[in-house]
Ligand binder design. Structure first.
Ligand SMILES: Cc1cc2nc3c(=O)[nH]c(=O)nc-3n(C[C@H](O)[C@H](O)[C@H](O)COP(=O)(O)OP(=O)(O)OC[C@H]3O[C@@H](n4cnc5c(N)ncnc54)[C@H](O)[C@@H]3O)c2cc1C
Length: 498
């Protein structure tokens, strides 16, 4: 059947006018509540709706910039009355731009509080903080610290509700593990403080499955003393063939899973032509040298007797974080304006069943031989989550009744992030990159096919049901149940969550 533009117009007009009525009811409600908003005609609109990942072009109806909890309550009530969906924007770094996926965006940028209780060392942190600003302020408040990722512009909002891995996480846990209380606005517009003893179901859901259950306005984190000495280390190897690469990789990954103490943050980074072992040791240089030596000796043998290019630096806490961030920690509240255009897959290996040597060889054969699509770049970061004494894996699984967190990766060995982007970080994105990155996981064979994934590294190719399964596994049914209790109307939206 064919409709000309003219013949379809009468059908569309009622829909368009219904949408406009919706919008004006919503904006009328928000204006009546005196909640600050941006509309598509407002100055600053394009910046407000621009995600970190430029593969996506969100088109919300309105961006709300709440000044306090009361504004959040009003905004949630208006959205609920108008029957439209709300998403929450923290730092805007979701790989799928999920903080900007709703009709109403709650941009938490005004929530910048950092207040340390020097008796308990618990810090109150506004949900609009970025990690770099948080780390810098905490250190200035009494040399306190939290575990979290390396990128200064990532928002605490999405990081502390989904996971939050840093090289210090084997020593201290994920950022989600340091949350002791959350001040939230519920989908019905009411306020609550949730903790292990107050609304424990919601506390469990918010610590791992985040958005979709409540709007976190303030996080309460148990801080730790910043280590005075940090050894930032990296060794770069260039293996000539798939089989020498596989041998080097297998030794490096097995060694760490067996011997790396929890003070040794440890990862393997692959990019065209290089294998880098890198991390941070939270302790003295002498102890570090002693721990790392057996790894270096055997890697040199596997590397044909050639020393790697090495970098080992003894740094204070803030300088260590700056080196990892590759730039300043302190950023404008709105972020540094940096973007990328990319697709990611993640896999979390089970500590008890690492990849076989056949799977790793097949993977390196792919990296050496599969043609890389035009206008694309790639890298892979493989971080150790398990290993001796790791705090990440010391917590009970999310399905244990004693668990206070829905984060599902308590049995992870390594988490792999396979990342493909455009070389200059800007669109257009060549969809062949997605296939190329998917091919990397396929090359690992059946052993990788059903592995879980890490929710903060959202794989946008997953349907909602597959994402729920991969990210939250056996915890997904309980999350569905909690969602049905706290958000019957489905006001809060997370495209891959609940
Ligand atoms: C450059 C870069 C580096 C990264 N490095 C790491 C790393 O080292 N370790 C790691 O674990 N992860 C890392 N990540 C992944 C990062 O943790 C996630 O993308 C995280 O969800 C981003 O949070 P955000 O607030 O910036 O993003 P947003 O897009 O604002 O939010 C992400 C999700 O969280 C929800 N959300 C945000 N704020 C709130 C709130 N207040 N209440 C409830 N829900 C909320 C949003 O609705 C959305 O669904 C990195 C990401 C990028 C882009």
């Amino acid at each position: 059947m064919h409709f000309s533009h003219l013949s379809i117009l009468p059908l569309l007009l009622p829909v368009v006018s219904a949408l406009n009525t919706h919008r004006s009811t919503l904006t009328d409600c928000l204006n009546a509540a005196e909640v600050p908003i941006l509309l598509s005609s407002s100055v600053g609109w394009s910046e407000a709706i621009e995600p970190f990942n430029l593969r996506f072009s969100p088109l919300p109806n309105v961006v709300v910039i709440p000044r306090d909890e009361h504004d959040v309550e009003e905004a949630v009530k208006c959205a609920s009355q108008s029957g439209v969906k709300v998403t929450i924007k923290g730092g805007g770094h979701s790989y799928g731009a999920y903080g900007l996926a709703g009709a109403v965006i709650l941009d938490m940028v005004e929530f910048q509080e950092v207040t340390l209780d020097t008796t308990t060392n618990i810090v109150r942190v506004g949900a609009g903080l970025r990690l770099g600003n948080l780390a810098d302020t905490l250190f200035n408040l009494g040399e306190r610290a939290l575990p979290h990722g390396t990128c200064a512009s990532v928002g605490v909002g999405g990081h502390a509700t989904l996971g939050g891995f840093g090289l210090d996480s084997r020593l201290w846990g994920l950022l989600v593990d340091t949350v002791v209380q959350l001040d939230v606005v519920l989908p019905d517009g009411s306020c609550q403080s949730v903790s292990a003893t107050s609304n424990p179901d919601l506390f469990w859901a918010l610590r791992g499955a985040g958005a979709g259950f409540a709007v976190v306005t303030t996080f309460h984190f148990q801080t730790l003393a910043a280590p005075p000495v940090n050894i930032n280390w990296a060794y770069t190897y260039t293996f000539p063939t798939p089989s020498t690469s596989a041998d080097g990789f297998l030794f490096a990954s097995e060694w760490a899973q067996q011997y790396a103490p929890k003070e040794l943050g440890y990862g393997i980074v692959l990019s065209p032509g290089s294998l880098v072992l890198r991390g941070v040791y939270y302790g003295s240089r002498a102890d570090y040298d002693c721990i790392i030596e057996p790894l270096l000796v055997q890697m040199k043998v596997l590397h044909g007797g050639v020393d790697p290019v090495s970098s080992v630096q003894e740094l204070g806490w803030i300088d260590s974080l700056k080196l990892l961030a590759g730039g300043p920690l302190v950023l404008p509240p709105q972020g540094d304006g940096e973007h990328d255009t990319f697709y990611v897959k993640s896999i979390a290996t089970h500590e008890a069943s690492p990849f076989s040597s056949n799977a790793i060889l097949s993977f390196f054969v792919y990296l050496f031989n599969a043609p890389v699509p035009q206008n694309s770049a790639w890298f892979i970061i493989i971080n150790l989550y398990g290993g001796p004494g790791s705090v990440i894996t010391s917590f009970p699984p999310s399905t244990d009744p004693a668990s206070t967190s829905s984060y599902a990766g308590r049995d992870s060995g390594y988490v792999w992030q396979l990342y493909g982007n455009t070389p200059d970080s800007t669109p257009p994105f060549n969809v062949a990159i997605t296939n190329y990155i998917t091919g990397m996981v396929d090359a690992l064979g059946q052993e990788a096919a059903d592995l879980p994934a890490y929710a903060p590294y959202a794989d946008t190719s997953y349907s909602q049901s597959e994402a729920q399964e991969r990210y939250w596994g056996a915890g997904a049914p309980r999350l569905r149940e909690i969602k049905s209790v706290v958000d019957q109307g489905g006001v809060l939206y997370n495209p891959q969550g609940f």
